[in-house]
Design a protein. Structure first.
Length: 233
């Protein structure tokens, strides 16, 4: 099961699993091949989606929580409704889906949460989004311990500098606002990554090759997290 699978990293993840011969159930707000159109913030719709997975297949081997989103705004200008939306879209929907899917999983199953570099560093203009991604990184570690007795592994991928529509839209909004802080424009490797770069790491974490890996976050960002505040000129 892959959320946010109609475009970007989610679509690349779904394609990768399908290429390996896996049956993929995807969902997104947008239409796409093999994608159930639903809002992950809609508890009733998500519950029905999980039930359809149980009815059709009886079990779920891998859950990839990829759906999420943000917008640029100084913290003091984010309305209560805007904050609620960011929390629901980036955290609450993940906890809800995990509770629904874990009963369908068995030993050897895997959960991969897609967080962000912002989970591990300051993110002016994206404060609530970054806080939710940090919460998801913490949840990943805690659930790795809680679900270990069930034989279920829980890990996270923290992408950045990946060329997707969502990334480009958020960056454009930030730059249009003449931000006080200059973001990293080029990662240390000297070029942007692709959704397939992130999907490959998700596939590894979901596979038996990572059978002894749980509770960790792998950064797929061309070295941005390692660089901290340094900027490549």
């Amino acid at each position: 099961m892959v959320t946010g699978s109609a475009r970007g990293i989610g679509a690349a993840v779904a394609r990768g699993f399908e290429a390996a011969g896996d049956t993929v159930l995807g969902c997104d707000l947008r239409e796409g091949p093999g994608v159930s159109v639903l809002d992950v913030r809609d508890a009733e719709a998500v519950s029905a989606w999980a039930e359809s997975a149980r009815a059709a297949h009886g079990r779920v081997d891998v859950l990839v929580n990829n759906a999420g989103g943000t917008f640029h705004a100084p913290f003091l200008e984010v309305s209560a409704k805007g904050e609620e939306t960011l929390i629901a879209e980036n955290f609450t929907q993940v906890t809800r889906l995990i509770r629904l899917v874990v009963p369908l999983m068995g030993p050897g199953s895997s959960i991969v949460n897609v967080t962000s570099s912002e989970a591990h560093q300051a993110a002016p203009g994206f404060a609530v989004y970054a806080a939710m991604k940090a919460a998801l990184a913490s949840l990943t570690r805690s659930l790795a311990l809680e679900l270990a007795p069930l034989g279920i592994r829980v890990n996270a991928v923290a992408p950045d500098a990946i060329a997707t529509e969502g990334e480009e839209g958020a960056r454009a909004g930030m730059l249009a606002a003449a931000p006080l802080y200059d973001p990293v424009r080029t990662p240390p490797l000297g070029h942007l990554g692709t959704p397939d770069d992130a999907a490959a790491v998700v596939a590894f974490l979901a596979s038996p090759a990572a059978r002894f890996v749980t509770g960790t976050t792998l950064h797929v960002d061309g070295g941005i997290w390692a660089a901290g505040g340094w900027r490549r000129t």
